[in-house]
Design a protein around this ligand. Structure first.
Ligand SMILES: N[C@@H](CCC(=O)N[C@@H](CS)C(=O)NCC(=O)O)C(=O)O
Ligand SMILES: *[C@@H]1O[C@H](CO)[C@@H](O)[C@H](O)[C@H]1NC(C)=O
Length: 222
């Protein structure tokens, strides 16, 4: 059985993409070995270069002899390899909606967040405005539900929640307060943080802020 094969995750503590995989494995109760890659100094392991020769990025899930790359593809793999408890709804339409919002988050949220902490002046102001618009759209998708999929924490929540560990840094850089601007999204964040799999995976926002400050110095911003 595939389930008895070893499970290794090549990751990096501040990578929201790697956090997705950790949360999914925790939710499924799959034991795994986490190996930390030195992505900042670009000192990547031979195993990473061999397992993800195309992008050379984390996360990579190595299940037995097989390597799976790209966080959302890994999430789908986990859902199929360990079906229970399921992260996706059973109804095909609802599954499509979970994937639609996961894709939206991938395309819009990360881009926008990056433009804030990397930006300056007017460009940064515009990035903040756009970022808040994206969060408003997500608040609309949440509606009155507890989670994106309804009553249960699932697929879209797992795709979205990791990046919120960067929000404190983004607020500091962008000069705004998320809770005032997007109370519903804030409430959803707090709800997700109650889950053990999320609480034990997400890094301390202050530590992420220090990391962002270090990156800004490294990239010569400010
Ligand atoms: N689309 C990829 C993004 C992965 C990604 O950007 N990983 C970053 C860390 S957050 C990385 O490995 N960067 C190292 C590099 O690009 O050399 C996914 O969803 O897995
Ligand atoms: C790069 O990683 C290898 C293996 O983990 C380690 O032995 C080496 O000291 C690292 N080099 C640098 C420059 O950090």
């Amino acid at each position: 059985m595939a389930k008895e094969e070893s499970v290794v995750l090549l990751g990096f503590w501040a990578s929201p993409f790697a956090m997705r995989v950790r949360i999914a494995l925790e939710e499924k109760g799959v034991g795994y070995e986490a190996r930390e890659e030195e992505v900042v100094s670009n000192n990547k392991s031979e195993l990473l270069l061999k397992s993800n020769p195309i992008y050379k990025k984390v996360p990579v899930l190595i299940h037995g002899e097989k390597a799976i790359c790209e966080s959302v593809i890994i999430l789908n793999y986990i859902e199929e390899a360990w079906p229970s408890p399921s992260l996706l709804p059973t109804c095909p339409y609802e599954r499509s909606q979970a994937r639609f919002w996961a894709d939206y988050i991938d395309k819009k949220l990360f881009e926008g967040g990056g433009q804030i902490w990397k930006g300056k002046g007017e460009a940064q102001k515009a990035a903040v405005k756009e970022f808040l618009e994206v969060l408003k759209v997500l608040e609309g998708a949440l509606g009155e539900k507890d989670y994106f999929g309804g009553d249960n924490f699932g697929y879209t929540d797992i795709v979205a929640i990791p990046f919120t560990s960067w929000f404190y840094a983004i607020e500091q850089c962008g000069g705004f307060k998320l809770e005032d601007e997007c109370p519903k999204f804030s409430a959803w964040m707090n709800r997700c943080m109650q889950r053990e799999a999320v609480a034990k995976t997400l890094p301390d926002p202050e530590k992420v802020y220090e990391f962002v400050c270090m990156l800004k110095k490294m990239f010569g911003i400010e």
